[in-house]
Design a protein around this ligand. Structure first.
Ligand code: BT5
Length: 264
């Protein structure tokens, strides 16, 4: 099923996210395009959607598998008026927003894994990549990139991620309408974004913590070749994970890949 662009534009015409919409049947990376739009001065809420990506990006130069006709690849331009060190709150809010929408399709099976993975039945269904452009005054803009595996089948997943990735169709056993999903997604991201920009981080942080099974567990966070392990205590206001190490030191980790060492 393709994108019915005319319908999508009509549905998003008066919305905060997507009223300015850039659609590509194929693109390198929607994040790169949204970043270009940000530099060119595009307004907050502008969104890029692609049906496929040839250079879909994960964090740390990793690849996001982005075949055509099946999934959601989108990047949203935001211009929050808060200090640069709080930019990660946007990824955290987006994680909550995506998780809430996925929960509507697959109730009670959604979890969040710090910093940016949405898991369905413990497998990755969505990943997020936020890129920030700062200036002397703080944040110039944030590009919030979101990939969601919607209709990709088990056999269409690359071999190396088959055991760690899933899609909404795999988990629900039915084809999901990408248009309906993205409209609900943009609406909920707008809601969660307004929550943090207008009322602060607390409510979103609380929701995030309730969806994250690693809190109170022993975890290890690897960043490049360095690891920190200990008990995950919570999230700080800059979106970093607070870890209590074996030496009783509290360490804030702001980047890396976290795994639960053993559930207690
Ligand atoms: C992420 O990175 O999870 C961020 C993914 C962001 C993708 C969106 S799509 C729209 C926008 N435009 C872009 O170019 N990017 C954003 P990370 O946590 O580093 O996870 C990457 C890892 O996830 C890979 O190394 C694989 O192991 C796995 N992976 C790759 N493609 C996947 C997929 N489609 N589904 C699930 N896992 C995948």
């Amino acid at each position: 099923m393709g994108w019915n662009l005319e319908f999508l534009e009509k549905m998003l015409a008066d919305k905060f996210i997507g009223r300015l919409l850039y659609y590509y049947p194929e693109i390198g990376s929607t994040n790169d395009e949204a970043f270009r739009l940000g530099i060119a001065g595009a307004p907050e809420g502008a969104a890029v959607i692609a049906d496929s990506q040839t250079k879909g990006k994960g964090r740390l130069q990793r690849i996001w598998h982005s075949p055509p006709g099946l999934n959601i690849y989108t990047s949203i331009l935001l211009r929050p008026n808060f200090p640069a060190d709080q930019a990660s709150q946007i990824s955290i809010a987006a994680g909550v927003a995506v998780a809430e929408i996925i929960d509507e399709y697959c109730p009670s099976q959604v979890q969040l894994k710090w910093p940016n993975d949405v898991l369905l039945n413990k497998k990755k269904v969505s990943g997020m990549l936020a890129q920030v452009k700062t200036s002397a005054d703080g944040i110039d803009f944030v590009v919030l990139g979101i990939g969601i595996n919607v209709n990709i089948g088990y056999n269409q997943l690359p071999q190396d991620i088959r055991t760690i990735a899933t899609s909404l169709a795999i988990e629900t056993g039915r084809e999901i309408d990408r248009l309906e999903l993205i409209i609900r997604l943009y609406e909920n991201i707008a809601k969660c974004y307004k929550e943090i920009t207008q009322r602060g981080f607390d409510a979103i942080k609380e929701k995030w913590l309730n969806l994250a099974p690693m809190i109170s567990q022993n975890v290890q966070v690897m960043f490049r070749n360095e690891g920190v392990s200990g008990k995950a205590l919570g999230l700080d206001d800059d979106g970093s994970l607070i870890i209590l190490t074996a030496n009783n030191e509290t360490v804030n980790v702001s980047a890396g890949d976290a795994t639960i060492l053993k559930e207690s």
